[in-house]
Design a protein around this ligand. Structure first.
Ligand code: SF4
Ligand code: SF4
Length: 326
C-alpha cells in the first residue's frame, strides 16, 4: 500500500494562526441530518467568510512561481472579457430547436463535457436568490501529464489554465444566449459563485461522487473542472450520461486516502446537511492545499483519472456484476 511521501505533514504555524474558531466542517454541515442550503466556506469574497484570512494566505505562497504566474496572467485576460448585455426581443422558438442549437454551438467550443439540467434553488448558497430554470453545465479536462506532478506548481498551473478555459466557454455561451434576447449568467472558478456546481453536474450525469469528494467521470476521471451558465431560455434537459456506479469501487479502493498527506479523506460516507455522502475533512485538507498550489493529489492519483482507464474500469465492473449475479 503506497503511503504519501508528504507525510507526516506539519502545517506552517503562520498559516495555522489564521484559522478561525469555527470549523469548516461545521460550516459545511458535516454530521447534520437535516437539509439546509450550503453556507459559504471557501473561494468567496474573503472579507465575507470565516476562513477569509486563510484564503488570502493561499495567494502569498511562492509569489514568484513562474508557471503559476504565467497561467494566472493568461487567465486574467479571459476574466477581463465582458459578457454583453441582453439585446433585442427574446427569440421564441420550440424547446427542441433551442436545445439543438445550443448543443451545436457548445460543440464548437473548447470544452469536454456539456449537459443541461433543471435548476434547483437548493443548490444556491444560503441567502442567494437565483431565479433561473436551467443550469447548463460544462466540464474541462486537465492535461494528465501536467497533473501528474501534483502537488507541484506544474499541476497548480494546469488547474489555473483549465479555470481560464472554463471561464471563456461559460462566457461564450452566456454571450450566445444574450444575443438572442435572453438573460444568462456564467459562473466558473476558482471563486465559487452563487451556487454549488457538483450537484447539477451530477444531475447531468457527468459522473458519480467519489470518496475524495469530487466527481468521477468515466472519460475524464476526476481530473476536470466545472463551469455553469444559468438561464431561463426555453431548454430541455440533456439525457443523463452516467451508466455506472463508483460506490462499491470506492469502498474497496484506498488510493486517494493513502495518498492524501493530511489524511483528510474519510473512510465512510457521512451525513452532510441531510445527505449521506462521501466527504473530505475541510479542516485537515485546507492547510496542505494552501501550502501546495491547491494540492490536487487525490483527484490525480484516482485510478479513474488515468487516461483511458475509466472506460476499462466500467467494463470490469459490469463483468463483476454479471459474475456476482450468475
Ligand atoms: S486536495 Fe485535500 S483531500 Fe485531496 S489529497 Fe490534497 S489535502 Fe488531501
Ligand atoms: S482513488 Fe479510489 S477510493 Fe478514491 S475516489 Fe478514486 S476510486 Fe474512489
Amino acid at each position: 500500500m503506497t503511503q504519501s511521501p508528504y507525510r507526516p505533514f506539519i502545517p506552517n504555524p503562520e498559516q495555522m494562526a489564521l484559522l478561525p474558531a469555527v470549523s469548516g466542517n461545521t460550516i459545511n454541515g458535516m454530521g447534520e441530518t437535516q437539509f439546509r442550503r450550503p453556507a459559504r466556506v471557501y473561494w468567496h469574497d474573503p472579507d465575507t467568510i470565516a476562513h477569509g484570512e486563510l484564503q488570502k494566505w493561499f495567494y502569498t505562497q511562492d509569489p514568484d512561481n513562474e508557471a503559476i504566474n504565467h497561467a494566472r496572467a493568461a487567465r486574467s485576460k479571459v476574466l477581463a472579457i465582458e459578457v454583453p448585455a441582453v439585446t433585442g426581443e427574446p427569440l421564441q422558438q420550440p424547446v427542441e430547436e433551442w436545445s439543438r442549437q445550443l448543443a451545436a454551438y457548445a460543440n464548437t467550443l473548447d470544452l469536454e463535457l456539456f449537459g443541461i439540467t433543471a435548476f434547483k434553488p437548493e443548490w444556491g448558497y444560503d441567502g442567494v436568490v437565483l431565479d433561473y430554470k436551467w443550469a447548463i453545465m460544462l466540464g474541462f479536462a486537465h492535461d494528465y501529464e501536467q497533473m501528474k506532478s501534483a502537488p507541484e506548481a506544474t499541476a497548480g498551473a494546469e488547474v489555473v489554465r483549465q479555470y481560464g478555459r472554463a471561464t471563456k466557454a461559460a462566457k461564450d455561451i452566456a454571450t450566445w444566449i444574450r444575443q438572442r434576447g435572453w438573460d444568462a449568467a456564467p459562473h466558473a472558478g476558482p471563486l465559487a459563485g452563487p451556487l454549488l456546481m457538483i450537484p447539477p453536474a451530477l444531475e447531468c450525469g457527468f459522473g458519480i461522487l467519489g470518496k475524495h469528494g469530487s466527481i468521477i467521470s468515466k472519460d475524464y476521471g476526476s481530473s476536470f473542472r466545472l463551469a455553469c451558465v444559468l438561464t431561463n431560455t426555453p431548454l430541455a434537459p440533456t439525457p443523463y450520461q452516467a451508466d455506472y456506479d463508483v460506490d462499491d469501487f470506492c469502498r474497496r479502493c484506498q488510493v486517494c486516502a493513502n495518498a492524501c498527506p493530511p489524511e483528510a479523506i474519510l473512510p465512510k460516507k457521512v451525513s452532510v446537511r441531510g445527505k449521506n455522502k462521501w466527504y473530505v475533512d475541510f479542516d485537515k485538507c485546507i492547510p496542505f492545499f494552501n501550502e501546495h498550489f491547491g494540492c490536487a493529489i487525490c483527484i490525480t492519483v484516482c485510478p479513474w483519472s488515468i487516461p483511458g482507464r475509466g472506460v476499462r474500469i466500467v467494463e470490469q465492473l459490469k463483468r463483476r456484476a454479471q459474475r456476482l449475479n450468475a
